[in-house]
Design a protein around this ligand. Structure first.
Ligand code: 13P
Length: 277
């Protein structure tokens, strides 16, 4: 075996080993409701419909990230689903009009918070802002879900460097142990449902980036430290979720549009739960 084939073989074995390890721990399904639905009543109905439709879960953790102002109502409905937020202030407290602090979210019952989503990056948020937000979330015990992903794929594979820079700058100055507990979501912008002329990503697109992300992270925190969970997001639905979970090398998925349909979202959860049996 020559050097290149040997290293491909090793990466492949590492991937197989990792998949076997993933099967032993809980996978995680996260819903990002974005700016939907338009009333607390509809939010309560959607949440309750999902709660009713899913079985008791042994192998899957389900998180819903609604708009901030529905958190309080939703936490009263059920503890079967964990709550998260879609953004957090980089500041602790004080004169920051419109911001919602990490402590407020924590006190409202959120456990997770999405940071660095491409829809926020498109409105001017940079890696250093995301870095501050992650630190702010960690300081109160919230688990940040760090979104990374390229807008387009180029033939010279420059998109790997873009994701590398996102990871390095967003995780700058964060302790190894904290990085272990962060969740990383790979969301290629070109596959997200709201992207004009979007394209479907396939599990192999996801897998190559996930292997790359694991390499960047293991260079940063070392092989002895627990690897953070990695999710895939980009038009995931109840038909293709199995492929991403089985062949995409991820520990779960981050779902946008399909999470607004209780039947589709609960089917996604059921597929995931059945896979781990
Ligand atoms: P869609 O599933 O609608 O493509 O959204 C993905 C996403 O942006 C989740 O954060």
């Amino acid at each position: 075996m020559d050097g290149v084939n040997q290293s491909n073989f090793l990466v492949f074995r590492l991937f197989e080993w990792y998949n076997a390890e993933v099967a032993k721990v809980k996978r995680i399904i996260v819903a990002n409701w974005k700016m939907n639905p338009s009333s607390v009543k509809e939010a309560g109905k959607l949440f309750s419909d999902v709660v009713k439709a899913i079985p008791s879960l042994k192998n899957t953790e389900v998180v819903i990230c609604p708009p901030f102002l529905y958190l309080e109502q939703l936490r009263k409905i059920s503890r079967k689903i964990i709550l998260g937020a879609q953004d957090v202030s980089s500041e602790e407290c004080g004169a920051f009009t419109g911001d919602v602090s990490a402590e407020m979210l924590f006190n409202m019952g959120a456990k997770y918070v999405i940071t660095g989503h491409s829809e926020r990056r498109a409105r001017g948020e940079g890696n250093s802002d995301v870095n501050k937000k992650i630190k702010s979330a960690l300081s109160v015990g919230l688990v940040p879900i760090l979104c990374v992903g390229e807008s387009a794929r180029d033939e010279s594979h420059g998109y790997f460097n873009l994701v590398k820079t996102q990871l390095e700058e967003c995780l700058n100055g964060i302790q190894k142990a904290s990085i272990s507990n962060i969740i990383i979501a790979y969301e290629p912008v070109w596959a997200i449902s709201s992207t004009v002329n979007r394209q479907d990503a396939i599990p192999a697109d996801c897998r190559e980036m996930v292997i790359f992300i694991r390499k960047i992270i293991s260079d940063k925190i070392g092989v002895q430290t627990k690897m953070p969970k990695i999710l895939y997001g980009g038009s995931v639905n109840d038909k293709d979720v199995e492929g991403f979970l089985k062949d995409g090398g991820v520990d779960g998925v981050l779902v946008g549009r399909a999470s607004l349909d209780a039947e589709k979202f609960s089917n996604i959860i059921k597929v995931c739960e059945a896979l781990n049996k």
